[in-house]
Design a binder for this molecule. Structure first.
Ligand code: ZN
Length: 163
């Protein structure tokens, strides 16, 4: 991603935090992580992240999804005998649709990007104040509705190599 594209996404995410009444420090604002997962199509597949804390035991993040933006399917497996990440998502603003294993939701709010590796389609819709906990190693992907979304993520330690 070009530097200018990252900056634009950071500014856009920051405006959503302001709208949601979530305070960030200047440092956090400047360090908003912009992830396109190497696909180069941030608008469609991507995520904007503020990590509050990530220690040996716990992790807390704020996730921003632009309108209809999708975080691709993944899971958090056991690595070196250490159980994968357990995650709780709590919606703060907008609507986030979490897709997990289970009965396929036929009339889905969101269709995943074409050519992607998507195989779980049981939809859980989270509105502000709703939350959902994923046990480790569960396949999942999630996406925002048309107004975008902010989601708080509370989890055990986040390890990039396992994600
Ligand atoms: Zn996850």
């Amino acid at each position: 991603m070009k530097r200018s594209e990252i900056k634009k996404a950071q500014d856009r995410a920051y405006k959503m935090f302001v709208r949601a009444g979530i305070a960030l420090t200047q440092t956090e604002r400047a360090n908003i992580e912009v992830a396109d997962f190497g696909l180069g199509k941030l608008e469609k597949t991507g995520l904007e992240i503020v990590t509050y804390v990530n220690t040996e035991r716990v992790c807390a993040k704020e996730l921003v999804l632009f309108p209809s933006q999708v975080c691709p399917q993944h899971r958090h497996p056991t690595v070196n005998g250490r159980p994968g990440k357990e995650e709780t998502f709590r919606c703060r603003m907008g609507t986030v649709y979490v897709y997990v294993p289970g009965e396929e939701t036929k009339k889905r709010a969101v269709e995943p990007p074409k050519n992607g590796a998507y195989s779980v389609f049981h939809e859980i819709a989270l509105k502000p104040g709703d939350q959902y906990t994923l046990v480790p190693d569960t396949w999942h992907w999630f996406a925002a509705g048309p107004e975008g979304a902010i989601v708080s993520e509370f989890s055990t330690t986040s390890t990039d190599e396992a994600d």
